[in-house]
Design a protein. Structure first.
Length: 304
């Protein structure tokens, strides 16, 4: 197994910093919701095999707690049932132990934690982008713009199959956000599933009579989305995203559309393909940290 030397990592980091500083602007987070939202491209650009890049989906550092809070405050929120908007929502959080090697790390608890803090902590613990969690909350329950008591209970749709009622054991905002992120990490840690990188059949609707078609899933993040919501949009809903027909499923198309509206192109990668896959989070894991000097894993002096 090849090891990566600290000098190589330093050089890579310097090159990446230069590339990012010179070529790729960081999108701003604006308070005005009309200017913060971006134009959604035509659904002709939707690729069912590549909905979101691994780098975009797994970048747990994409937003700070403050970024998330400002973003939530920028949404045009119209709550119902007397519930607060997500920007004002708080909940007590019980500590959660680490889930094991290459899985979610421990989640610290706290009293009356803001939703922005909860989303940030869960994203960091499970190695999932807070952007992915924000999009999921909107896709499943419109929680950023039209929050309801029911929406907070079922925030990410975890434990809510299309053919049965939700499992009440998984109700609650923190419970839902953590379990969704945990599930995405589980799909990543154990990728041999119904939907995985490669060519698979993906249905158009829970009703099998609506048919299916072959999709070449190109990356792990897209496979995760299909394992979580196992349908692709049919031609009817692609032609009219606000319409569709009785065989239309909207979930993964909405994920793509919401991400475009809020954060730009979900397929974007900051680094070109010649950079090592782990530096672009391909497969869902970053490059390992360099071993400390003098450790058994550190390269001996004078050796490459």
């Amino acid at each position: 197994m090849r090891t990566t030397s600290p000098a190589w990592i330093a050089a890579l980091a310097a090159s990446a910093a230069l590339l990012l500083a010179g070529c790729v602007p960081t999108p701003g987070i604006e308070r005005d919701p009309t200017s913060a939202d971006r134009r959604i491209p035509s659904t002709e650009r939707f690729d069912p095999g590549f909905i979101v890049s691994d780098e975009a989906f797994y970048d747990s550092a994409a937003m700070t707690v403050r970024d998330i809070q400002i973003f939530l405050e920028a949404r045009e929120c119209r709550p119902a049932d007397g519930v607060p908007c997500l920007a004002d929502y708080t909940e007590d959080v019980e500590p959660v132990p680490a889930a094991g090697p290459r899985h979610c790390t421990a989640l610290r608890g706290g009293e009356s934690l803001a939703a922005s803090r909860i989303i940030s902590d869960v994203a960091a613990a499970c190695g999932v982008s807070p952007r992915a969690l924000l999009v999921l909350l909107q896709k499943e329950q419109s929680l950023l713009t039209r929050p309801t008591a029911r929406g907070y209970e079922r925030a990410t749709g975890y434990g809510c199959p299309d053919t049965a009622d939700c499992d009440a054991r998984y109700f609650g905002f923190v419970n839902q956000v953590y379990r969704a992120a945990w599930q995405f990490r589980q799909y990543t840690a154990e990728p041999e599933r119904t939907f995985m990188v490669g060519t698979v059949e993906v249905g158009f609707h829970p009703d099998a009579a609506c048919g299916a078609s072959t999709v070449r899933i190109r990356n792990q993040a897209t496979a995760n989305l299909y394992n979580y919501t196992p349908y692709q949009p049919n031609e009817s809903v692609l032609a009219d995203p606000s319409g569709g027909d009785d065989c239309s499923a909207y979930g993964n198309l909405n994920f793509w559309r919401i991400w475009h509206r809020w954060f730009g192109d979900p397929q974007e990668e900051r680094l070109p393909a010649y950079f090592p896959p782990c530096s672009r989070l391909v497969g869902g894991y970053p490059c390992p940290a360099p071993a400390p000097p003098g450790s058994a894993l550190a390269p001996a002096q004078g050796l490459p």
